[in-house]
Ligand binder design. Structure first.
Ligand code: 2X7
Ligand code: FE2
Length: 298
């Protein structure tokens, strides 16, 4: 069998506002639009990523947090209603997703070989989190490509940024090995915002863009520093400063999705493409693509 490969990795943030702004039929609340800079960034990234005809989209989400180990979805189909607990007036999404259970299983096996605690999750009533759904919807609104959803173990919160990051790096290596074994062409989605200080009160009309801006200049400078390292292919430096970035800007990358993806991509030394940057309730968000070199990262 041909060796599988990662055809692209994407920093794919999941503010539910972006789905709300798109007005897809699956989402109950309807909007006048909003957050276009980020939604158009997703559009550009989507064109590029889908032109690679991937077999599977894999997402690692901070909003599926697991206390014991790293979990992967283990049933072929999940259907239901996913509601954002903080923004139920923006995100009430009816999902129907197909899972590549074979690849989920291989990730669990490879993770176990790396010494990680892994679980293949087979509860048919499990409710899929809004982070996974938002990133997957914005990358492929047609939902015609099977997915693998990976939880974020809470080690960065329970222990430290460093312990958490070390776990996510091992999970990334396990994911890469599983993809190689699978023979499939895969896209990785790191479902993370960047700086994460946000407003504490919402405008009457959530999509009123006259209220949308970065929360604090220092947060903006941190976001720009991180994006510069991505643009210049300096991802080892990026991993090295992530703990400081997390502490200085409450960055959502604490949950490990970005470290997982960079590790699976073998810590890229080639430039990433920034499709766009914008804020959502003041948090920094960028859609960033690492298209692997001809022949793939593997
Ligand atoms: O989960 C989120 C997020 N990460 C960023 C902004 C707004 C809402 O939800
Ligand atoms: Fe989030």
């Amino acid at each position: 069998m041909k060796k599988g490969k990662i055809v692209a990795g994407v920093l794919a943030p999941h503010p539910p506002h972006l789905v709300y702004g798109e007005n897809p039929e699956q989402n109950e609340p309807k909007s006048d639009g909003g957050w276009e800079a980020l939604r158009w960034a997703y559009e550009r990234c989507r064109r590029s990523v889908l032109s690679e005809a991937p077999d599977v989209l894999l997402v690692h989400s901070p909003h599926w947090q697991t206390i014991v180990g790293h979990h992967v979805l283990g049933l072929e189909r999940f259907q239901g209603l996913s509601v954002d607990p903080i923004f139920p007036h923006l995100f009430r999404y009816h999902y129907d997703l197909r899972v590549d259970v074979e690849l989920s299983q291989m990730i669990a096996e490879e993770g176990a070989h790396q010494g990680l605690t892994m679980k293949v999750m087979k509860n048919p009533n499990f409710r899929i989190d809004y982070g996974s759904i938002t990133s997957l919807h914005l990358m492929n609104p047609a939902w015609n490509i099977p997915v693998v959803c990976i939880s974020s173990n809470n080690s960065p919160y329970y222990f430290s940024n460093e312990v958490g990051q070390e776990q996510m790096i091992r999970l990334g290596q396990a994911t890469k090995r599983a993809i190689e074994r699978s023979g499939k062409r895969c896209v990785l989605l790191a479902s993370n915002s960047l700086s994460h200080r946000h407003f504490t009160s919402e405008p009457d009309l959530p999509e009123d863009m006259s209220h949308e801006h970065i929360y604090h200049h220092g947060q903006y400078l941190w976001d720009m520093k991180v994006l510069e390292l991505m643009r210049e292919g300096r991802c080892q430096e990026l991993l090295d400063i992530l703990p400081e970035f997390i502490d200085m800007s409450a960055a959502e990358v604490k949950a490990g999705s970005l470290a997982w993806m960079l590790s699976a991509l073998d810590v890229p030394t080639y430039p990433a493409e920034i499709h766009g940057y914008g804020t959502v309730i003041g948090t920094g968000n960028a859609v960033v693509e690492w298209k692997t070199q001809p022949g793939g990262a593997l």
